[in-house]
Write a protein of this length. Structure first.
Length: 222
């Protein structure tokens, strides 16, 4: 017997069509141009990262609740943030805010290694279950304060933060390799998505990309 019944096959076909439409209208139809990012966004099954009751909305360009007061980002934001990281299979990326694991899956398709940190253990477990079922083997999961784990001495080619601190956390710059790229929302009620590039001499170049609205970045009392 196949993996899906006839009706399940039909449903999967509908999701595939919805993904292609999502990419054409919401992502490529705006300003995301990287063909590898577009291909991955058309392939990763976003509907498997949301509650079954919300699957009919999975390919709309909206954030959706995932529990613990957190959300899965809208597809355009996922694609745009990923593109600004300049992904490559020979690079390693740190994700702060695993959430549902959807952004994690997109990163795992495009980077050689992903370290992902989630504040809420139950969200991390759920994301890990989904990502393991989908066959991803290049992801290391961590639970806790994303600004201090994993190993503080380790440096990454790219860092993506999917929750907003009010001010730029300087210690994140220390986690970047020279030439590394960081994408992070900054602010309280009003937020800007920032692209931070670490120059070879260690100096930082900061560019505001566009206004965004993310959940606040949570910290542990250490």
């Amino acid at each position: 017997m196949g993996l899906f019944s006839k009706s399940e096959h039909e449903t999967e076909d509908e999701y595939s069509i919805a993904r292609r439409r999502m990419v054409e209208r919401q992502i490529a139809g705006r300003d995301v141009l990287d063909p590898n990012v577009l291909e991955v966004m058309a392939r990763v099954p976003r509907h498997l990262f949301v509650d079954s009751k919300l699957r009919s909305e999975a390919y709309d360009d909206n954030p959706l609740p995932i529990g613990c007061g957190q959300t899965i980002s809208q597809p355009y934001i996922v694609a745009s943030m990923t593109e600004h990281l300049h992904p490559s299979k020979n690079k390693e990326v740190l994700e702060i805010g695993t959430g549902s694991g959807y952004q994690t899956a997109v990163l795992a398709e495009l980077f050689g290694r992903v370290d992902t940190v989630e504040y809420y253990a139950e969200l991390s477990r759920a994301a890990q279950d989904t990502l393991n079922r989908l066959g991803y083997a290049n992801i290391t999961f961590h639970v806790g304060d994303g600004l201090v784990i994993p190993d503080r001495s380790y440096r990454f080619d790219a860092i993506i933060v999917t929750a907003a601190p009010e001010k730029f956390p300087e210690l994140l710059a220390e986690r970047l390799k020279p030439g590394g790229r960081l994408v992070i929302p900054i602010g309280g009620e009003i937020q800007d998505l920032q692209l931070v590039v670490k120059r070879p001499d260690g100096e930082l170049s900061v560019k505001n990309l566009y206004p965004v609205r993310f959940v606040p970045l949570l910290r542990r009392n250490l």
